[in-house]
Design a binder for this molecule. Structure first.
Ligand code: NDP
Length: 260
């Protein structure tokens, strides 16, 4: 099935690694124009060159930098300013419980999660309004619905973003802009390779992953792959999803224990 993404323009934040990188690659494979950012210019460089790809370093917490990134992306792709989709993906989680989290942890976590949606959306909104098939996908976590005490600041911030997504879906619907979320479980990306290295537990990465999946009650018994998330994101970006807004898709291998 043709997803109808070819020749359209998409912004993906945090495209130099993991889920963002898999999304960038999948969109390029579909013939779309893609602009992506991350803080580290060298990591962006390593994506490799592609005639439909624009990359620039940018921290999503910096509103002016995000506006400049968006302006340059529009210029790169012909200057008509149309943006067909935005994937708010940049971010990371904070592995801390309540007793270990100080005011700075709360402020930093809330800033990253909210700025990571609000700044790109503010910058892209005029371009999204010009599209006949505009779609915003917020990359979230099942933590938004099933909080974990060991990730207390991230869980609370994620719940707020899910709530925000529902409000945005209603406010932007009259402009023809759909807003949806993907809620991730455990996805095998840089986040987990870094944690495996930090754990220094003596287990191979595969054995460590299998233990992790069992500990977290993942029904499919393994971590997900970034490309498995990317295809859910592309499905929501596609104009074929024209009647889907204000909802979320869990990409979590069946970690949910309730009726979600
Ligand atoms: P990775 O660490 O593999 O990639 C994160 C990407 O975001 C990188 O490109 C990174 O580049 C970029 N990034 C991080 N902070 C910023 C910032 N302030 N401004 C701009 N870019 C930034 O992460 P994943 O692919 O695993 O995660 C993608 C999203 O999914 C994140 O929001 C994460 O929290 C969420 N998620 C992931 C889960 C998982 O199991 N992997 C589970 C639940 C949610 P750079 O460092 O150069 O800035």
């Amino acid at each position: 099935m043709d997803l109808g993404l070819a020749d359209r323009t998409y912004l993906v934040t945090g495209g130099s690694s993991g889920v963002g990188l898999a999304t960038v690659r999948a969109l390029l494979d579909e013939g779309a124009n893609v602009a992506t950012c991350g803080r580290d210019a060298d990591r962006l460089q390593r994506i490799g060159a592609h005639e439909r790809l624009f990359t620039a370093p940018c921290d999503v917490r910096d509103a002016a930098a995000v506006r400049e990134f968006t302006r340059r992306a529009a210029e790169e792709f012909g200057g008509d300013g149309v943006i067909d989709g935005l994937v708010n993906n940049a971010g990371q989680s904070r592995m801390k419980g309540f007793a270990d989290s100080d005011a700075e942890d709360w402020r930093d976590e809330l800033e990253l999660k909210f700025a990571g949606v609000l700044h790109p959306l503010h910058a892209a909104l005029p371009g999204l309004r010009e599209s006949a098939a505009a779609s915003v996908v917020n990359v979230n976590a099942v933590l938004a619905k099933q909080p974990e005490p060991r990730l207390i600041t991230t869980s609370a911030a994620r719940a707020g973003i899910l709530n925000l997504s529902a409000s945005l879906a209603r406010e932007l619907a009259p402009d023809g802009i759909r807003v949806n979320s993907v809620c991730l479980g455990l996805i095998d990306t840089g986040q987990w390779t870094r944690r495996h290295a930090a754990a220094a537990c003596g287990l191979s990465y595969d054995d460590w992953q299998a233990e992790l999946a069992a500990d977290r009650g993942v029904a499919l018994g393994r971590l997900g792959r970034a490309d498995e998330v990317a295809y859910a994101i592309l499905a929501l970006l596609s104009p074929r999803a024209s009647y889907i807004t204000g909802t979320s898709i869990d990409v979590c291998g069946g970690v949910g224990r309730g009726i979600l």
